[in-house]
Write a protein that binds this ligand. Structure first.
Ligand SMILES: Cc1cc2nc3c(=O)[nH]c(=O)nc-3n(C[C@H](O)[C@H](O)[C@H](O)COP(=O)(O)O)c2cc1C
Length: 330
């Protein structure tokens, strides 16, 4: 079965790849992922705060634990808590490129346009084939407006595009008031791909300790429908290629993402739970299903469930919503 796809201008044998995560930190795991058939790899992120702190530490010749740092940085992990420092990150890119022959996508994670984005060039020079720009941000300041924050992300994208000739994808959260419009703006600003979505790690409250509990819960397939909805809405409407990230655990999940319009399907939780070999099982399940349903290629299925031909997706969404509520039978 021909599962081939094109994502960020990269020709890939199929859409499945591990998403940004520590899966790439260990070369042994990286080789296992290639052996399992991963179409590409995504590095975990280097964070704006980490890069800025490293620069400050270098300039001031102090380490990150001393009191000279601005108060805000006290909320961030100290430099020694990051898995890889900036230089080690670049070295890891070089090592991965030597160890395996599949495309490697770097990842930068930040919120403000600025000098730190110059690091994109270093990631490119270290050998990354593409870059993911993760704009994880929670708008907590009542004075920050939606358009201002969106413009900030667009400016970041433009700045990165000026620094590197490689394709750039933007990894988004679902929490924008007009996501379709924002996606269109990113598309027009030159985004080569959009990744749906970031996961927000929701804090809980420990009532006994009266502390905020930060825990990282791995996903399950229940998180997929939110991705399917937005892939289906934007598929066929923008030039940028689309990736699903979140809630893909099986071959059937991956097929749904492709039918909604995804060119690439990223998996993290499933691979962390079941190991790199799970990627082969997911690919095999996709192939089996397509054969059983007499598809000739995955391309034939791509976008078949999107809303591109729906004359009024707004009305359809609203209609479905009302239908579901009215149809509840207890
Ligand atoms: C342990 C862990 C580390 C992650 N690190 C990053 C990261 O550095 N950058 C990033 O963009 N996403 C990161 N993510 C988010 C994943 O790339 C992915 O978007 C999210 O886990 C949803 O996909 P999943 O349901 O397949 O896990 C991380 C996720 C996990 C579980």
């Amino acid at each position: 079965m021909d599962l081939s796809t094109s994502y960020l201008g990269l020709r890939l044998p199929h859409p499945l790849m591990p998403g940004a995560s520590p899966l790439v930190d260990d070369l042994d795991t990286v080789r296992k992922l290639e052996d399992a058939g991963a179409a590409a790899l995504v590095m975990h992120s280097l964070f704006e705060e980490q890069l800025v702190m490293e620069q400050m530490a270098a300039v001031r010749n102090i380490d990150s634990h001393t009191e000279g740092f601005a108060e805000a940085t006290s909320y961030f992990p100290s430099l020694d808590r990051y898995r890889l420092g900036a230089d080690e990150y670049l070295e890891q890119i070089q090592k991965i490129k030597q160890a395996v022959s599949i495309p490697l996508i770097g990842s930068l994670n930040g919120v403000s346009p600025g000098g730190w984005l110059d690091f994109a060039r270093k990631i490119h020079e270290a050998g990354a084939d593409a870059l993911e720009l993760n704009v994880y941000f929670l708008a907590t300041d009542p004075d920050d407006s939606g358009p201002e924050l969106e413009q900030q992300a667009i400016d970041m994208l433009r700045s990165v595009k000026q620094h590197v000739p490689i394709p750039v994808a933007v990894k988004l959260s679902p929490f924008y008031s007009a996501l379709a419009h924002f996606a269109k703006q990113l598309d027009e600003a030159g985004a080569d791909g959009l990744v749906f979505f970031n996961r927000f790690y929701q804090p809980d409250i420990d009532l006994d300790a009266l502390e905020v509990e930060r825990s990282l819960k791995l996903s399950d397939s229940g998180e997929l429908p939110l991705r399917l909805r937005w892939l289906a809405i934007l598929s066929g409407r923008i030039k940028a290629s689309l990736a699903a990230s979140g809630g893909v655990h099986s071959g059937l999940d991956a097929l749904k993402a492709v039918m909604a319009g995804a060119h690439a399907v990223q998996m993290v939780s499933a691979l962390l739970k079941k190991g790199p070999g799970h990627l082969t099982a997911v690919r095999d399940e996709m192939t089996r299903w397509l054969e059983e349903h007499e598809y000739e290629s995955l391309e034939q299925a791509r976008g078949s469930m999107n809303l591109a031909k729906c004359p009024d997706p707004k009305a359809l969404e609203r209609g479905n919503y009302m239908e579901i509520l009215q149809g509840w039978g207890g």
